[in-house]
Design a protein around this ligand. Structure first.
Ligand SMILES: Nc1nc2c(ncn2[C@@H]2O[C@H](COP(=O)(O)OP(=O)(O)OP(=O)(O)O)[C@@H](O)[C@H]2O)c(=O)[nH]1
Ligand SMILES: [Mg+2]
Length: 173
């Protein structure tokens, strides 16, 4: 088996990062409101890809609290993947991703990272304009974009499957 891959999930406070991880791990929306993440939460995920290969992911779920941004480059270094999450019902959380990706790029050895852009809470029925999404994708190296909901489970499994797959394939070459 390959070495474990390091994947970071980041974005503003309250956008639903931990709920997304919880949905993926337990296949359900958290029964109680999760507490805001302090610093970061680390978990290990084993993902079986569609081709049968098994990939180990070291997942770092960072708290979005502005104060934690300072520690971000230090812990988010040598990463294989980044999930940038925003809540479409709060546009400022999308705008803040310019800052998050800049800070991420300060991390050591993140230049080769596979980056995904993810909107959360799709169940609310609010969409960010495709123009804005495309603009962001043209400005930064974003490989894929997903609209997700931790409540309905829309694209949650798929998101983690895909990022694991893309990183895995990159290492096959
Ligand atoms: N409608 C809706 N609400 C959600 C969804 N996911 C999370 N929430 C709500 O959004 C709030 C924040 O969720 P968290 O998962 O704690 O957000 P976070 O991004 O981890 O927040 P920090 O740890 O503070 O950075 C909670 O009240 C959740 O119930 C979703 O898919 N749909
Ligand atoms: Mg959290």
């Amino acid at each position: 088996m390959e070495r474990p891959f390091k994947v970071v999930i980041a974005g503003e406070k309250h956008v639903g990062k931990s709920s997304l991880v919880h949905r993926f791990k337990h296949n359900q929306f958290p029964l109680k409101d999760l507490r805001s993440t302090i610093g970061f939460e680390f978990t290990i995920e084993t993902i079986t890809l569609t081709d049968g290969a098994t990939v180990k992911i070291h997942l770092y779920d960072f708290g979005g609290e502005p104060g934690f941004r300072m520690i971000f480059p230090q812990y988010a270094s040598n990463c294989d993947g980044l999930i940038l999450a925003f809540d479409p019902s709060r546009e400022e959380t999308f705008e803040a991703l310019h800052e998050w990706i800049k800070v991420y790029e300060q991390g050591e050895d993140n230049t080769d990272s596979i980056n995904f852009l993810v909107s959360t809470k799709a169940d609310l029925g609010i969409t960010t304009s495709p123009l804005k999404i495309n603009e962001f994708r043209n400005k930064y190296p974003i490989t894929e974009y997903f609209k997700t909901s931790a409540i309905t489970g829309e694209n949650t499994e798929r998101l983690f499957q895909r990022i694991a797959m893309v990183i895995h394939q990159k290492h096959q070459k």
